[in-house]
Design a protein around this ligand. Structure first.
Ligand SMILES: [Zn+2]
Length: 328
């Protein structure tokens, strides 16, 4: 079974919404668009494993994708965790493309080409081992016994080559070979395999502790973006234009005439990712491009945001809204 499904990280969604809200002529635009492109490609790589992983029966193992945990103040993230009665596999997915050389310290080097700058990627095997060590400690601190811990680095992109072949680590495989490796681990003898009930209980603990990163004041600060850098407004869910006007009950797109009652929820989610969970009614009025603050209050109230404080200190907690939490 899948306990945590693939979900595009909040930072990817943040970068995407910034590129929608920023003119292409803005000096930060191309850096943000490039980073979004890289992260979106990484996420596509992670998600591409779903096809092979479907081989496992629902009642055979538990999978968690994009698991973000913290151990003694150290944050770590696991692309895919497979809890099988006979083994525990941390799968690190890389969507690298092109010709890579393995450096002396296990790093992967991509030389400059006519289309791309040279890049050095840290040793993915070490990265997966570090995640596994933290995961084992995390589970053992909670009394969960870990069976045969393993790591696997999967190269998801078919357009990648690694040189020299004799130095490719044993636990680095291309995507079509991933399943064979997992099945090897499944065939091994195991004196006391876990039950699926035990694995589900461990997966529940992990899923409850899963805390995707969202800085308290949003991602905009990390990326040196201020409110003046981006356009306010509500994006049309149909055509993607920043062109929704609020009527008495509905939003209507100036470009494609699409009508929608709840389009402000994704705009408020954009705000939460960019600037954090706190917003005042005036800020919401300006960001949603409404004409009256009272209308912003009504929409905030209806969205489930919690009103905090009184008089001039009044603001709203956007993360109190379940609809916004689900969109993050
Ligand atoms: Zn539209």
């Amino acid at each position: 079974m899948i306990r945590l499904d693939f979900y595009e990280p909040a930072v990817n969604r943040f970068l995407h919404s910034m590129t929608q809200r920023m003119p292409a002529s803005h000096p930060r635009y191309s850096a943000l668009a490039d980073e979004y492109g890289r992260r979106a490609s990484g996420f596509r790589g992670e998600r591409s494993l779903a096809y092979e992983l479907r081989y496992f029966r629902e009642d055979e193992c538990v999978m968690l994708h994009g698991l973000a945990l913290e151990l003694r103040g150290m944050r770590f993230q696991i692309d895919t965790l497979l809890l099988h009665p006979k083994f525990t596999a941390v799968i690190e997915v890389k969507n690298w493309a092109g010709a890579l050389r393995i450096g002396g310290a296990g790093e992967m080097v991509r030389d400059a080409t006519a289309h791309a700058e040279a890049r050095v990627f840290p040793d993915p095997v070490q990265q997966a081992k570090n995640q596994l060590r933290l995961l084992v400690d995390w589970l053992e601190e909670r009394g969960v016994k870990v069976r045969s811990p393993e790591t696997l680095v999967v190269l998801a992109n078919s357009q990648v080559t690694l040189e020299p072949p004799e130095r490719i680590p044993a636990n680095v495989v291309c995507r079509p070979a991933m399943l064979e490796r997992l099945l090897e681990w499944r065939r091994r003898a195991c004196p006391a395999p876990a039950t699926i009930t035990e694995l589900k209980a461990a997966a529940d603990l992990l899923a409850e502790a899963n805390t995707p990163r969202l800085p308290a004041s949003g991602f905009a600060h990390d990326y040196h973006i201020s409110r003046a850098d981006i356009s306010p407004g509500v994006i049309c869910p149909n055509c993607g234009a920043l062109a929704m006007n609020r009527g008495r009950k509905y939003w209507r797109c100036r470009r494609c005439c699409h009508v929608c009652a709840e389009a402000h929820l994704s705009a408020l989610t954009d705000w939460t990712r960019a600037f954090g969970r706190r917003i005042t009614a005036r800020e919401a009025r300006d960001f949603l491009t409404l004409s009256a603050t009272q209308q912003a209050r009504r929409l905030l109230h209806r969205s489930g945001a919690e009103k905090i404080g009184a008089d001039r200190q009044t603001h709203y907690d956007l993360l109190a809204s379940e609809a916004i939490r689900l969109l993050l």
